[in-house]
Design a protein around this ligand. Structure first.
Ligand code: ATP
Ligand code: MG
Length: 269
């Protein structure tokens, strides 16, 4: 039996509806594919960039290591020279300048090595209170060196507080935060350090009453080589971030220009 024209038209319109639905689905699938390909391209670019960075890091580590050895020798001999020259001798000024320059170079080399070196954590059961007290003793020496009036306040648990951490690496973190705090204070101020914990993580805060960080700089402070200081390497906080990441921890910062800055570390224990 032959189909009527109406029937044919009906079938045709059902077919067209299906065709158009499928064509919509195809278009969606195509868009999704396009997005995935875009994402893949981005990932490929990121992989390439991190390859370049890691090659650069390795090169920096090798150069820093090679420079470190002769630098140690030069520093040693310069100190020996200084010992033989009385302070009133005009030559002494030059030798002291050489020693100052070497100490700046040592800082750059040390920071480059700390940032680029492949680090494996050596975690050990550590009493955070005793650990922090030892670090604050180092900070007191820094305060004296900088000739500033900075008081160190503590808010620590009354007794010990045990945590499984790499105390040496985290000491580097704390010292970098404390030294930044001291440097941010012009003449007189306060740095408060607190330690708290729950069963999952320890929370350590370092807050200073220094000059604060401009809002536009806040997003850059953990980027390697970002510095606003004449003598800075800009690696201090990059090292901090690296060590905190290795602990699978977190670091947060709040800052009010003219009032101060507070860093909060969360370390799983
Ligand atoms: N507590 C702080 N108060 C004010 N600014 C800070 C503070 N901590 C960090 N910053 C800002 O972040 C920048 C980066 O800090 P980072 O420690 O990485 O490098 P740096 O201190 O400049 O150099 P280096 O650590 O080598 O001495 C600093 O130059 C400063 O502008
Ligand atoms: Mg610093």
């Amino acid at each position: 039996m032959q189909k009527s024209q109406d029937e044919l038209m009906n079938e045709f319109s059902v077919f067209m509806e299906r065709f158009s639905a499928q064509s919509d689905a195809l278009e969606l699938a195509y868009k999704a594919l396009e997005m995935q390909s875009e994402q893949l391209k981005k990932m490929q670019e990121e992989v390439n960039q991190s390859r370049v960075l890691s090659a650069l890091g390795e090169m920096a580590a090798t150069v820093a290591h090679e420079i470190g050895n002769p630098l140690g020798g030069i520093g040693g001999y310069a100190s020996l020279l200084a010992r033989g020259i009385p302070p009133e001798d005009p030559k002494r000024k030059y030798v002291d300048k050489i020693i100052g320059g070497i100490s700046s170079l040592n800082k750059i080399v040390g920071n480059l090595l700390a940032y680029t070196k492949k680090t494996h954590l050596q975690k050990q059961k550590t009493d955070l209170v005793a650990w922090a007290e030892a670090i604050l003793a180092h900070a007191e020496i820094e305060i004296e060196k900088e000739k500033k009036k900075v008081s160190l306040e503590r808010d620590f648990p009354a007794e010990f507080l045990n945590a499984e951490i790499d105390g040496e690496r985290l000491q580097q973190v704390m010292l970098n935060l404390l030294i930044n705090g001291i440097q941010a204070i012009e003449v007189e101020g306060k740095i408060s350090v607190s330690i708290r914990s729950n069963e999952n993580f320890a929370e350590i805060t370092v807050a200073d009453t220094g000059k604060g960080i401009k809002p536009e700089n806040l997003k850059n402070i953990f980027t390697p080589f970002f510095t606003t200081k004449e003598q800075g390497t800009g690696l201090g906080l990059a090292i901090v971030k690296k060590i905190v990441d290795l602990h699978e921890g977190e670091i947060l910062v709040e800052s009010i220009p003219g009032k101060g800055t507070k860093f909060c570390l969360k370390i799983p224990i």
